[in-house]
Design a binder for this molecule. Structure first.
Ligand SMILES: C[S@@+](CC[C@H](N)C(=O)[O-])C[C@H]1O[C@@H](n2cnc3c(N)ncnc32)[C@H](O)[C@@H]1O
Length: 695
């Protein structure tokens, strides 16, 4: 049973979101409306630079989703083999040590990139104190994504993952091993798989996610023998090119279309068409296509029909496509002989990820990395598991059939041509063999992992979020900014939040790099993350001390973080200081409750961050004890509390719903959009909305 914490509870336990122990899926929340996740801080920076750039488909019974198979799958999560393999392929400046205990329950993973030596003393102390497995990567990054920005030079810093997936409270956490100065550009991370948001499919390139029309494009080259004719790219809205094979995906140019086709879209093209336009009649299609359509069982057909008849929420469609892409990578990885090698698309020559720095090898990670992600199996409402999730599992299973029955024969024919043209190597003349199909239980786990680990990627002008108020300052801020109505705290607010955010989220990505999925949420985060085309960039938002947990926010910085400033003398005179204070306390409490509610309904966990722990006590009857034991609240309490509760990145200007961003982000916005009001941001962080500099 989920250990739910009432908002006013004096102990903010947080449920064991990552554990394998607890039993039934909660019944509550079945009326939750699924809206776009707000996992990004909201900014997608356009054009910052160009440099970074065995079931053969029969009826399956998902009622057989059983805990035993799921637990077996869960057991594998303890081994971050993907990262080990990845790092072992790096240059000689990379050293990797890995210890895996036979039980599989404890692992140590440590890698060092760059020339500095690692000091593991702190990490070891952490590890010993916690009795936990550890995993760390020292980063020494000199990649400045703007090429001219000293503040954003990546500094050497060590971040270590500690804890177990099943640790009660917050699962594994990321901990700084050395001092990380505020403003440090920490990471640039590429996703395992991304898709354009349903509403943005013609506006953003399906490959690089850049805005279509933002650079030159030309006609795509066609390679696949059967859909060759169909795949000619047609010019379309915004200057991009839509795939004529499916008509469901758009690219900015020839290169992106080619790259995407080679690795991902060739596998999904016909399947996407069936998803969006309905299954074609077997008489209207070719042999390969007819073969898989015939193999697909009734429940699968019904799920595909529900998808094609708009029975799926846009977000569900998006994550379904992300998982289709994730399964395609897996298929390529395990095809025997590996398809990537046969087709000359090797991991060393990644076809679709342009740049992924730091400890990242280019290209997707092995599928085992996906299996290391937390899934929170016990947290979902039963209705969701048996409805939406089950539908998605059936679609993914139908896609597996499609890969085996339709895609593989086509690829095999192409491979034979390819081999024929070159020298035939030993064994390569054998027919391609498909990998083991994922069982339905494994597909269900995959869906749940996506739910816990995917990121919404947001276009830049997603802020400020004007408050639902009529105050003059707020109205001025609203007038100056794109309006996104978010009235957090009400059902109507949630609905409008979902609706309006779908306009600004441009993509969904599943990130399986440890330095993204590893970060827990905090309502007082010390990292700032920002979407940039198909990557996420991370900066230190504060000085981070060795041993300190590193967190991002899964929410937007706007209304969920907003609390009114303390009453000033004039305000006090107007209304009475006590009355103002009381009102303010009420709003602070509401903001706290709203954050927890959204985290629970969208991300399925009870937030156990330091700020929530503090506030839970503050608003309870024993509120006086709240300050005890909360780091950073022992000095000048009034001031400290104010800083803590306001969240350092929210703009302090009254009525402004913006947040502070690093200088490089501001400059990029200034350069590209000219909307920084001419302010000289210098080296200081400034508000993306009103350009106020952070004090
Ligand atoms: C992206 S993962 C973060 C890493 C995760 N702790 C792990 O072990 O893989 C997100 C999951 O971590 C847990 N989590 C993150 N932040 C949390 C918080 N503030 N309070 C409680 N649980 C949290 C939840 O289970 C959530 O679904």
């Amino acid at each position: 049973m989920i250990l739910k914490t009432p908002p006013n509870s004096s102990v903010c336990t947080g449920s064991n979101q990552a554990g394998e122990s607890v039993s039934a899926v909660g019944q509550e929340n079945t009326t939750t409306i699924r809206v776009r996740k707000l996992a990004s801080t909201g900014a997608g920076i356009d054009e910052i630079d160009e440099q970074q750039d065995h079931n053969q488909g029969g009826d399956i019974s998902l009622n057989s989703y059983d805990a035993t198979a799921a637990a077996a799958d869960h057991g594998r999560q303890q081994r971050p083999m993907a990262l080990d393999q990845e790092n072992s392929n790096k240059s000689t400046t990379t050293t990797t040590t890995t210890t895996v205990r036979a039980s599989g329950s404890i692992h140590e993973h440590s890698s060092h990139i760059g020339n500095d030596s690692i000091s593991n003393g702190q990490a070891e102390r952490q590890k010993q104190a916690a009795g936990f497995s550890t995993s760390s990567t020292q980063v020494n990054d000199n990649n400045d994504y703007n090429n001219n920005n000293n503040n954003d030079e990546g500094l050497g810093c060590e971040v270590r993952m500690i804890g177990r997936l099943s640790t009660p409270d917050r699962g594994r956490i990321m901990v700084a091993q050395s001092m990380i100065p505020r403003g440090t550009f920490l990471y640039r991370l590429a996703a395992q798989a991304t898709v354009c948001d349903t509403d943005n499919r013609t506006r953003r390139c399906a490959s690089c996610l850049k805005q279509i029309g933002s650079h030159d494009h030309d006609m795509a080259v066609v390679k696949d023998e059967k859909v060759e004719a169909a795949r000619k790219m047609s010019g379309g809205g915004g200057g991009g090119h839509g795939c004529e094979g499916c008509g469901e995906i758009w690219y900015c140019d020839h290169a992106c279309a080619d790259r995407d086709w080679e690795v991902l879209h060739a596998a999904e093209c016909r399947f996407l068409k069936a998803l969006y336009q309905g299954l074609p009649s077997t008489t209207n299609t070719d042999e390969d296509e007819a073969a898989w359509i015939t193999s697909v069982g009734n429940p699968h057909r019904e799920a595909i029909t529900r998808f094609s008849q708009q029975g799926f929420e846009p977000y569900t469609q998006d994550y379904c496509r992300v998982l289709i892409r994730t399964l395609t990578h897996r298929f390529h990885e395990f095809t025997d002989p590996p398809l990537s090698i046969q087709l000359g698309v090797t991991p060393a020559d990644p076809p679709y990820l342009e740049s992924a720095d730091l400890d990242q090898s280019k290209g997707p990670l092995p599928y085992s990395a996906v299996e290391d992600l937390v899934m929170n199996r016990e947290s979902y409402p039963r209705g969701k598991v048996e409805g939406e999730f089950r539908d998605v599992v059936r679609i993914l299973d139908a896609f597996q059939t499609h890969l085996e029955v339709s895609y593989l024969p086509r690829m095999d024919r192409r491979r034979r041509q390819h081999i024929g043209a070159k020298a035939m190597t030993e064994g390569s003349g054998n027919a391609l063999k498909p990998p083991r199909r994922l069982l339905e239980t494994e597909l269900m786990n995959l869906v749940m992992r996506e739910e816990c680990n995917s990121f919404g990627m947001y276009e830049y002008p997603s802020f400020p979020l004007p408050p639902p108020t009529t105050s003059t300052t707020a109205a001025a801020a609203a007038a100056a900014a794109p309006v996104v109505a978010v009235a957090a705290g009400t059902d109507a607010g949630e609905k409008s939040e979902g609706k309006d955010n779908s306009k600004i989220c441009y993509a969904l990505g599943l990130f399986v790099r440890q330095h993204l999925y590893g970060f827990n949420h905090s309502c007082s985060p010390n990292l700032f993350h920002v979407a940039h085309n198909n990557q996420l960039l991370l900066y230190a938002a504060r000085d981070i001390q060795p041993g300190e947990e590193i967190n991002i926010t899964y929410l937007e910085f706007g209304p969920h973080y907003r609390i009114p400033p303390p009453p000033e003398a004039e305000a006090g005179a107007r209304k009475g200081v006590e009355e103002e204070e009381e009102e303010r306390r009420k709003k602070k409490k509401e903001a706290f409750q709203n954050r927890r509610r959204v985290l629970k309904s969208h991300f399925y966990f009870d937030c156990g961050c330091a700020r929530c722990t503090y506030e839970a006590t503050l608003y309870s009857s024993s509120g006086n004890n709240a300050k005890e034991g909360v780091k950073g609240l022992t000095g000048d309490e009034e001031e400290e509390e104010e800083r803590f509760l306001r969240e350092g990145l929210s703009c302090e200007r009254e009525g402004c719903f913006g947040f502070y961003a690093p200088p490089a982000v501001l400059r990029a916005r200034q350069d590209n959009k000219g909307s920084m009001n001419g302010s000289n941001v210098g080296g200081r962080w400034g508000c993306v909305a009103c350009s106020r500099l952070q004090s």
